[in-house]
Structure formats: structure tokens, C-alpha cells
Design a protein around this ligand. Sequence first.
Ligand code: ADQ
Length: 752
Amino acid sequence: MRMSFRLIFSLILGVTLLSLLFAVFQGRAEKRSLQKELESRAAIFGDSLESKVANLLEYRSHRRLQELAGEFGKREPLMGIAVFDKGGERLAATPGLEDYVSTELPVILQSISSDSRKAEFKTLNEKFLHFYVTPVHDEAQEAGALVIIHDASYIKAQTLQLWWRTFLSTLAQAVFIALVTLLIIQLSILGPIARTTKWMKELRAGRGAAGRHGLDEKDLFQPLAQEVTHLARSLTYARAAAQEEARLRETAEARWTPERLRVHVRSKLGDRPFFVVSNREPYIHSFKGKNVEVTVPASGLVTAVEPILRTCQGIWLAHGSGDADRLAVDENDCLQVPPDDPQYTLKRLWLTKEEEEGYYFGFANEGLWPLCHIAHTRPIFRSKDWECYQSVNQKFADALLKEMQGMEEPGVLVQDYHFALLPQLVKERLPGARVAIFWHIPWPNPEAFAICPWQAEILKGLLGADLVGFHVQSHCNNFLETVDRVIESRVNWERFSVERSGHITQVRPFPISVAYPEAGTPERSGASPYLDRATLMKEHGVETTFMGVGVDRVDYTKGILERFQGLERFFEKYPVFLGQFTFVQIGEPSRTHIKRYHDLLGEVESEAERINWRFQTSKWKPIVYLNRHHSHQELRRYYQAADLCLVTSLHDGMNLVAKEYVAAHEDNQGVLILSRFTGACRELRDALIVNPYDVEQLADAIHTALVMDHAERDDRMRRMRQVVKDFNIYRWAAELVTQLCEIRLDTHVEVS
Ligand code: ADQ
């Protein structure tokens, strides 16, 4: 409050001083203009009288002169006139003026002696007067002088009045400005500060929510609001992490948390630098209208890998794919991330359209993706795509090696099938690097893999790594069998490793998972899923009792069409559920540049429409199809509200949707229907396991899920939640890093 009074006082003082200064100038200008006006009036008047006075002087008619002077009394502001002869003797004067005009006035004598017009303002007998003296000439060119006297006190009065007016208006303005300022300060500064202070107190006491700081984020406080939000989030997060750690210690639970991962990674890596390479970047800058927006792609990878990189301030190399990505990087194409709390470096690599076409869409997604997924879509292998794939792998390897220059034993974690050749390219030039590659998709049997024309090159590339990770043991086995058949090497089936040219590659399963509980969300939301379901379905104009959900990228491996067939059969077989059960399919369009994916989008849409057309009523329909990306918060609402979740992949490395659904079901009341061809089905044994090609089985599983009694649902979900809880994403990252760090690089030949 003292500060605002100081501010107001300074403001009033400043405004008043400025206005007074302005008033001084204005007063002076006004005075000068009134004086000038009076001077010219006197001059005109003098000119008009001059000849008349000259005549009377010439004829020495003093009486007539006195009569003339008498005529000009009391014509305000004119006080009168006086006439002097050339000797300076007063000949006539308007009555009453005698006291003011005498030759003692220097101006009169100066005018007569210099024979020129003179004027002056003078205060006489407390009167402010103006004297105008003009010489009067007769025939002989010397006669006397005419003096015109004006009362100039009105100039002073008017100037004073102007001063007063200015002073009063200044005062009024200053008071008004002060009041408005006070109001603005109160509303825009003191109010928000008071609210924020209250919120901070609550936050300190552990009661406030991170975003409710009371500052307007579009206004004056925008930068502060952002910082305060980050600070509050960090505080809330740190407090939750500390509480969770304490709770885990108390219950002697060995659950993995981001904090535990951080400590673990620090102890394993020590001062060793760490690098991650992936095709997809963790932060994408893109234009939204004229603004640039940062998004985190929906994937568990960022959640898992970030704590590692944060711990060792590592570098993440990825393809810069956002249309505003170039605006955010420095001259080395790097930026510090996360944007709101920078802790590690993201280095972006740029690919040409042709490179992206050949390496990403071509070889990786039209070749390797269908090759590794047994989903009856034929892989396409083009030499041009293969060349692109090789050159892009080389490009990433060069960039990585440049960053690792001079380092002795850096750790490198390569992600996925986009970079099969990278491990070898790196190890050839920097044998001291510890390189792991994690293959997120399945590895098929050797017969299936054999159709790839460059299978040997791909295997050699992968075997450059010290560690190759898959989701499940059967993918490891398939990989080792493929290696055994295709290239000259020694496969050790006891240790699950391959020795080739004196280098050993370990092959291990690391089942990926989700964060549990989800990062930034309270473990229990407390909201009733049934209420939320009604609201959710109302948003889509549907009234229903039961609800199911499916969440996928629209990909032919996910079995979306098979799922729809199962749903159709379910309604045929169990018509009592018509009008009672609705299935929400959330399908994010993916890789739509590829014809197969583009066509699939249309097929999924028309199949949903066909089934809806067959069964729907005015207030109900069997399928709600939402073909866009949803945030994790949005997905969570659907997961929590759904009685069942359908995961019907024809082949899937792991499938994170199954685990996300389980992690979201805090009430233990959802049922997971899970394809037997997913990696997840090895862990989530309490799901209803189905063959997605078996339409009858699918329909029956939906029915079983909907009629399952409360206790059984509870039992199954509880056990699945325990699995996801114990084997969460942090554990995945910890095990990968541990394994990589424990490999002995100097052991070139294994002792069997
Ligand atoms: P994906 O084939 O992409 O991953 P999945 O494991 O199901 O498949 O992960 C998909 C992720 O995207 C999930 O986190 C899901 O929430 C999200 N997602 C899907 N549809 C979405 C939508 N419409 N809106 C928003 N988010 C959506 C590959 C392999 C998998 C393996 C993972 C991780 O194919 O087998 O499990 O990598 O290793």
C-alpha cells in the first residue's frame, strides 16, 4: 500500500509540475500577445490623431488642444492623451492625467530628442500603464509630441485569471489521473498479486492447484504467470515424488519412479555422456496460425527417456519434422528442452523430401514395418528406398559421431527400426561407445524375414550394437534364429548373445510400459466414471448404458476392421444390447502418405458407417468413430469411462493402449479384451485373451466382459494393475541402462 501511495504522490507531483510549467509558458505568451495588441492599438490611434494635433500646434491653439485632450477621457482602457511642445513643456492633457504625464518620464524626452516613436509599460502610482509617444511635425518639421496613455492593468488581471484557470484544471487532472491509476493498480496489479500470494500460501501448505495462480496469462503478468506455473508444477511434482518415495519406503515397495530412475541412472552412468537417437523428436514446433506451438507426440518414449537425459544433460538426436522447427534452434541446430525447464539438448537433423520419402515412408514403413508384422500386408522393397535408408542412417551416424568427438565411453540408445544400420556405423568409428538399440516392433521368424533383399546388411547393422532389446523373449528368439541362419556368427543360446568378428551383442527382452501413475495426474481422480460416461456420450449425441473404447493409430496391424466385425457379430448374437452398448473408436490418422494407410482410413470410416446404418436408432448408435489425435488427458476420460477396452492387433510389439487402459482404471472395474498377438498379452494375463481373426470369439468376449460380475472384474483388474505398477516405464528405462552399462566392452570373445 505504501508503494502505491508513493507512486500516486510522484504521479501527482509530476503531472502538477509539468502542467505548471506549461501554464507559465502559456501565461507569458498570453501577456505578450495582449501587450502587442495594446501597442498596435495605441499606434493606430496615434496615427489617426497626429495630423489634427499638428494643425493645432501650428496655430498654437492651446485651448483647442485642451478640448481635444478632454474628449478622450474615460474610454477604457484608454486613459487619455497629452501634448507636449518641442521643448518638453506639457501643452494639454486629459483631465486627471496630470499626475502621470510629465517630462520626467524619460520616454517622452527620448521621443522628442530622437524624433522617433517610443512606447513603454510602466507602473506609476500603483497603476500599470502603457505610454505611446509619437513626435508631431508641423511645416517646419518641429512641433512637439503626442502621448497616448492606456491603462494596462487588465493585461495583468487577464494573465492572472489564466494562471488560476490552468492551476485549477491541472489540479483536477492530477486528482483524476491519480484516482484512475489507483483503480488500475488495484484491479490489475494489487488484486492479482493478492490472489497469487493467497494461492502461494495454499500451495506451500500443499492445498493449491498448480495452474490457479490468479494472474492473467494474456496480460502484463504473462511471463511471470508462466514462470510461476512452472515453479508450482515443479514444487507439486517434487512434493508428490517425495511423498511417493516415502510411502514406498514405508510399505517397502520397490516401485520405480522418475526420481528413483534418476538416482539409478546417475549411479550407473557416472559422468558418462548419454545420447538418444530416434526418428520422432520429443518436442515439435509447429505453426498454429501465426503463433508457434510446441507439442509432445503421444508416446511413452519421452516419459521413459527424459529422466535419463535430464540426469546426465545428454543429447537427443532426431529428425526435425515440425514446420516451425528451424525457428527454434541455434546455429548448431540445437535447442534446450523441455522448453519450460531446459535440462538436456535436442539436436535436430533435417531431411529432404526425397530422403523422408525413401527412408521413412518407403523402406521403414512400406518395407520393414509390414516385414516385421505378420498382418498379411505385403512389404514393398525398392532399391531407391534402401539407398535413402542407408544414406539417412549414415547422416545420423555422422552427426552423432561429431557430437561424441573426443569422448571415451559415451552411452548411446538408438530407437527402433528406422536406424537398423546405425549401431554398426557408430561402433566402427568409435568402438569405445556403448551402443544399445531398442526394436519397438516384433521380430518375425527367419522364414518371414528372409524375403528382405538386404536382410544380411540389416542384421550386421544391428549386431554392431552391444545390446539389442525387444519387448518379449519370443522376438529375441526369432532374432537370434534369423542371425543364426543368415550370417556367419556364433549364437550363444545360454547367454542370448551373438559373437561376430570378435564383437559380442547381447539380445534381451525389455517389456516397455507406461508411467504408473501417469505423470502429473493424481493417482485417484475421485470422479465417478458413470457420471462422466453420460456426459461423454452426450457430447456425441448418444444415450447408452454400457460403453467400450478402442484407441489406435489407424494402422492395418491394429485390427480395427476385425474389431468392427466382432462388434457387428456381437449385436447380431446378443440383440438385447442394441441401444445399450456403444463402442467409441478413437483412431488417429497415421502415415497417410502411404496408399495402404490412406485406403484404410476410408475403409474404417465406411465400415463404421455401414454398421451404424444397420443398427442405429434416433438416440443411439453402436459405433462412435473419432478420427483425430487426442491428448493423454482426453484419452484418460474415455479409458476411465469405458466398461471395456478392445485391443485387437493382428501383431504388435507390445501395445501401450492396453497398459494405459489398465493404468487409468483406478476403480478396478474395466475389462480388457486383448489380442493374443500383442506383446502385452504375455504380461496382462487377466485380460480376456482373443484371436482377432476369430469373429465369434470376439463377439463372445465382448458379451463376457459386459456381463462379468463385479468381483471378477475387480480381481482381474487389480492383478493387471499390479503388473503395470511393478513393471512401469521407469523400470524399463532403468533395466536398459543397467544392462548397457554392465556390458564389458573389452570381452571380445565369450568364455562358454
Ligand atoms: P504403436 O504402434 O504406435 O507403437 P502403441 O503401443 O499402441 O502402438 O502406442 C500408441 C500410442 O499412441 C499410445 O500411447 C496411445 O495412447 C497413442 N495413441 C494412439 N491413438 C491415439 C489417438 N487417436 N490420439 C492420441 N494418442 C493416440 C510401437 C509399437 C508397439 C509398441 C510401441 C512402444 O508398434 O507395439 O508398444 O511402439 O514400444
